[in-house]
Design a binder for this molecule. Structure first.
Ligand code: MN
Length: 345
């Protein structure tokens, strides 16, 4: 039995042993859920309902930002809902998926005990729950759910399989981060049931004009110092764009660190992406934030946000942005002063 099978088997055993007590089940994703979280939640809902008769509702606290993710939810008809403030009162049983109770990226009440936690990220503190399934080597949480689904003797719906395939692809960077052979095996098995046309549509979505004006501003104003690129987007229509631009600019041949800043609903969002340079992006961003907001991440990816205020002047925004960029450059040992170099003007 492979490692993933053990996590999948534990999940199925728990669901089957608690069918009456678990219904209805609230599945909680991140506030800005990514394809791994969305597909894992979708598969868990299907498994719980179809195999064990446990009704589920999938919720998230923030917003589904990336157009790929919105396209995925729309064309695969994934029933996800914005968290309602009474949900945590209404639902006794909760699953946190691709996140954990102590993490800052979800709206789960901090002192509450969850029923199940299924995740791939290393725990900071031991999750408070009845069943913790944390596999830090599985590449994507969707791998655990795909494994559970494939090991049951039930239909594998095309929509669920397509979602899981996309979730695995995005979180493993097209399987580049699939460290175990069983991850690729599970991916290929689930891909067999997927709708490849729908998958291509999700990967190449139709984008709004606002996306391109935001993107062009990010590129035009990007500054390069040594091997660091800094870009600022001002106001964005969703915070995921900040991560997307940071990722995109990291592909510029002269850099190995990319940081992007954007403003959304009174908060300053920051994303950091680095090529493998032996430093930890999460450590860097946490240092840069000091205690001014919340930031987290791991080896090559980090993100965070801090509250600035809803009706503050441009000057205050700029002050916060400048301070943050200065702390970041210092932390990377890049000289702060001097004339800025705009490579894309
Ligand atoms: Mn994940």
């Amino acid at each position: 039995m492979t490692t993933t099978n053990r996590y999948a088997a534990k999940l199925l055993k728990f669901l089957s042993g608690n069918r009456e007590g678990l219904a209805p089940l609230l599945i909680v994703m991140h506030d800005y859920p990514d394809p791994d979280a969305i597909s894992s939640a979708f598969a868990l809902k299907y498994i719980a309902e179809k195999a064990f008769g446990i009704n589920c509702r999938i919720v998230y606290g923030g917003l589904i930002g990336r157009v790929e993710n919105r396209t995925m939810v729309r064309i695969l008809k994934i029933p996800v809902f914005k968290l309602h403030k009474t949900d945590f009162k209404k639902y006794k049983n909760t699953v946190l998926i691709d996140t954990q109770p102590s993490f800052e990226n979800n709206s789960f009440p901090k002192k509450r005990k969850a029923t199940i936690v299924i995740d791939q990220h290393a725990s900071v503190v031991r999750p408070l729950c009845d069943l913790a399934l944390i596999d830090t080597k599985c590449g994507a949480t969707a791998v655990i759910l795909a494994d559970a689904l494939l090991s049951l003797n039930i239909d594998v719906p095309q929509s669920v399989a397509t979602a899981l395939a996309y979730g695995i692809l995005t979180d493993t960077l097209n399987l580049y981060r699939a460290e175990r052979s069983d991850i690729v095996k599970i991916y290929l098995k689930i891909l067999h049931y997927a709708d490849l046309k729908a998958l291509a549509q999700i990967q190449n979505p139709v984008r709004s004009r606002k996306f391109f004006t935001n993107l062009s501003k990010g590129i035009y104003d990007a500054v390069v110092k040594k091997r660091v690129v800094v870009s600022r987007l001002s106001s964005v229509e969703n915070p995921d764009l900040v991560a997307q631009v940071a990722e995109f600019l990291l592909t510029y041949k002269n850099v190995d660190r990319s940081i992007c800043l954007g403003r959304y609903q009174g908060r300053l969002y920051v994303s950091l992406r680095i090529s493998n340079t032996g430093v930890d992006a999460g450590d860097i961003l946490r240092d840069v934030f000091e205690d001014k907001g919340k930031a987290g991440g791991h080896d090559v990816i980090a993100g965070g946000s801090m509250r600035i205020g809803k009706n503050v002047s441009e000057e205050i925004w700029l002050n916060h942005e400048n301070n943050l960029v200065r702390r970041f450059l210092k932390r990377c040992r890049v000289p702060v002063g001097g004339d800025p170099h705009y490579p894309f003007r």
